[in-house]
Write a protein that binds this ligand. Structure first.
Ligand SMILES: [Ca+2]
Ligand SMILES: [Ca+2]
Ligand SMILES: [Ca+2]
Ligand SMILES: [Zn+2]
Length: 371
């Protein structure tokens, strides 16, 4: 009786990868076997590497796994990229590779909860809020909001070397979903104070946490001549900024490296209001438009006869962004909701000097509603 040493010849997929969703590990993680020419599992401890063979995006997670008793079990693979078909291949040196069945990358799972935070401390949580019964554009799960936030973060990083501390979950923007109890027809009657009503409902539902600010992409409108609104502490108490997507025209940025458009600037502008910017005591604070400065190229312009064409965060560095402001003024440079960006990250963002695709449109609100 001759004893043959089993010799591995190829890989075979025992469990096909499946269940690919944006922002989550694969629902079904693949298991791959090392086999010989007779199809028997060979108990060799060979390394098995998985790669994305077709489809755009990236494969993340532990992509090299050592077979144990001839079986390689992947545990934390996940896919990024556009929706649609992706194919994985498995390789090991000297062995015939195996290609998995194609699978579709699907939108993220909707979360009505603020998921566990990657970072501790002050941070901004983003919520897609709909009035009751409004058309659901799934901006939370189809990464539209994540792209929009990334677009203005990139712009802010180039302009200031700072970035907003956003609430992340497993490395991605944590966007949750909330449906109001009232329809758009009721909400819009609150005019410039739609944001106040949104905050009231969120607080009533226990959503608001003490050390957070909230940026709302709101799928409703308003009867007032505004596109968004925000708290402006200490004069207008609150923690919430909202842009009213149903109130003004235009689309969100379509990719994370896009130049910010109107909605991105409006979101960032309103979010800065929730940090107390621009202080009423700032030298160029506009008395007829609270929380704002007068230059049309400034992110915190409050409207007037010139169109808003934001290129600058605090013209002349004397009102709300400078290392040297008096402590009495709200200062983006020292605010706990922002942090410095590594120079490499700032440089890698979309090219500087690109003129924002925005002109002749209203500022986020003109003027800021007086309390
Ligand atoms: Ca994630
Ligand atoms: Ca969270
Ligand atoms: Ca200034
Ligand atoms: Zn404003």
């Amino acid at each position: 009786m001759a004893a043959f040493l089993p010799r591995p010849t190829h890989l075979e997929i025992r469990i096909q990868p499946n269940g690919a969703r944006i922002g989550s590990p694969l629902g079904v993680q693949p298991i791959v076997e090392v086999r010989d020419s007779y199809g028997r599992v060979v108990k060799d401890a060979v390394p098995v590497t998985v790669a994305l063979a077709s489809g755009d995006g990236h494969l993340l997670g532990t992509v090299v796994v050592n077979a144990v008793d001839g079986v390689a079990r992947f545990t934390d693979l996940r896919l990024t990229g556009g929706y649609g078909a992706k194919t994985l291949t498995f390789t090991s040196p000297g062995l015939r590779s195996a290609t998995a069945d194609s699978m579709d990358l699907s939108p993220a799972v909707r979360s009505r909860l603020d998921r566990p935070d990657d970072i501790t401390g002050s941070q901004v949580h983003v919520i897609y809020v709909l009035p009751r019964g409004a058309t659901d554009r799934e901006l939370d799960t189809k990464v539209d909001i994540a792209n929009s936030v990334a677009a203005f973060q990139g712009w802010l990083a180039r302009a200031t070397r700072m970035q907003i501390r956003f609430d992340l979950y497993q490395g991605d923007l944590d966007v949750s979903f909330f449906e109001l109890s009232r329809p758009d027809s009721e909400m819009r009657l609150f005019g410039a104070f739609v944001v106040t009503e949104i905050e009231r409902e969120l607080a009533g539902a226990g959503v608001i946490q003490q050390d957070k600010r909230y940026l709302i992409y709101y799928g409703g409108g308003t009867a007032a001549f505004v596109c968004g609104g925000a708290a402006w502490p200490p004069i207008v108490e609150g923690q919430v900024a909202a842009i009213y997507l149903g109130a003004c025209p235009g689309e969100l940025a379509s990719g994370p490296n896009d130049s910010p458009g109107y909605w991105e600037f409006a979101a960032l502008h309103d979010l800065l209001h929730t940090l107390g910017i621009v202080s009423s005591a700032a030298p160029h604070h506009t008395a007829n438009s609270w929380g704002h400065v007068p230059e049309p190229e400034d992110l915190m312009y409050g409207g007037g006869t010139s169109p808003w064409e934001p290129t600058t965060v605090d013209v002349n560095g004397d009102d709300y962004f400078s290392p040297n402001l008096p402590d009495s003024l709200s200062n983006l440079a020292t605010n706990v909701f922002v942090e410095p960006v590594a120079a490499t990250v700032a440089a890698a963002s979309a090219p500087a000097g690109v003129h924002p695709r925005i002109s002749s449109i209203l500022p986020a609100h003109s003027p800021f509603p007086k309390p």
